[in-house]
Design a protein around this ligand. Structure first.
Ligand code: SF4
Ligand code: SF4
Length: 348
């Protein structure tokens, strides 16, 4: 069953969701852009139709809904420690197909990468409800989701589409194992929406940017030692924007906050493999001092090492790293350059 809501009914529905949990989505932050008098489009709290921005790609991804920028892991008092209380409230997230696939990549890291799941991520992840935003035409500048196979997903709980004087929505009745969430959404929608014919989401089928990913067998030591990485040492300033904007970057570091001699808290916060100090070790050692070496590390992780472990590429082609790099370094061009280098070596 599909649903139509006027904009004011949509606002009432959002208010209803806020009574149950929290609602995140793409929104605007006036005068917070990189240059004066410009707008930043990023993820934030959604309280009304007016807050929801569907015609811009966001600077940050929705990753923080399950993996916050900083979060307290436990509080300590002398020899004892307590963990923070975990909420059970749902987290409703408006997001696109590439980002839903991005959460799949994060699931592999936090939930399927060994015998133990990350309980903090697992708690938030179980609370996520995906409200799919459709992409139109070719997606946005720098998107290459079609090349990565992440332009399509069936893991949405509901899809939202702008319509004349309102919003249309459809719940995903085919999502096996998630019937409770679908019922919860359906019950809420019936309070505020009119029923309409069913419809299915439309996915983008061609981007303006395409990449050709080299096979993992060919990304060997000759590529690892290739001089192409020196160029990135010249250009990359190690700011880490590409990592923080990425839906699939999952590294974090630890930070102890001491209140006094006995008491304090341990937090984790996002870390970036492009930033100086990322590899610092006890004893003062560290690796990858050149930024080109960091670019190589990130590239190999996104399109090589992760694939070997999980059978899918880590990068979902959202193109945010290209959007935000102050040095105009393009990750999609980097991937294509590696493919060209391999073809050249093979005399093709
Ligand atoms: S590496 Fe770049 S294009 Fe790939 S998922 Fe991360 S931000 Fe998106
Ligand atoms: S955003 Fe660009 S300059 Fe900054 S660390 Fe990433 S590649 Fe380097």
């Amino acid at each position: 069953m599909g649903y139509w809501m006027s904009n004011s009914a949509f606002d009432e529905w959002l208010e209803h969701l806020w009574q149950e949990g929290e609602v995140f989505g793409p929104t605007r932050f006036e005068n917070k852009g990189a240059f004066s008098d410009t707008t930043l489009y990023s993820y934030g709290l959604i309280h009304s139709r007016n807050d929801l921005v569907l015609d811009h790609k966001t600077y940050l991804s929705p990753k923080a809904a399950a993996f916050p920028i900083r979060e307290t892991l436990f509080y300590f008092d002398g020899d004892s420690a307590t963990t923070p209380e975990m909420s059970e409230r749902p987290i409703y997230v408006f997001l696109r197909a590439c980002d839903i696939n991005g959460f799949d990549r994060l699931d592999n890291i936090f939930l399927h990468n060994g015998p133990h799941v990350d309980p903090y991520y697992a708690n938030r992840r179980n609370r996520l409800r995906f409200l799919l935003i459709e992409c139109t035409d070719h997606g946005f500048k720098n998107c290459f989701c079609v090349s990565m196979g992440t332009n399509i997903t069936n893991k949405w709980h509901a899809v939202v589409r702008l319509a004349d004087n309102g919003i249309v929505m459809q719940v995903n009745n085919d999502l096996a194992g998630e019937e409770d969430i679908i019922n919860e959404l359906t019950n809420g929608l019936t309070l505020f929406a009119q029923e309409i014919d069913e419809f299915m989401p439309v996915f983008v089928t061609k981007n303006l940017t395409q990449v050709s990913i080299p096979s993992t067998e060919k990304l060997n030591n000759s590529i690892f030692d290739h001089p192409v990485w020196n160029e990135y040492t010249q250009r990359c300033i190690g700011c880490g924007r590409c990592n923080t904007s990425c839906i699939t970057c999952s590294c974090f570091t630890m930070q102890d906050i001491r209140y006094d001699e006995r008491r304090g808290e341990r937090r984790r916060r996002w870390a970036s493999c492009h930033i100086k100090g990322y590899t610092d070790m006890a004893g003062g050692d560290g690796y990858r001092s050149k930024t080109g070496e960091r670019m190589r590390f990130k590239t190999m992780h996104k399109i090589n090492d992760y694939y070997k472990r999980f059978g899918t590429h880590m990068c979902v082609g959202c193109g945010r790293c290209d959007d935000v790099c102050p040095e105009y370094i393009s990750f999609s061009k980097c991937i294509n350059r590696l493919t060209d280098i391999i073809a050249e070596k093979e005399g093709k």
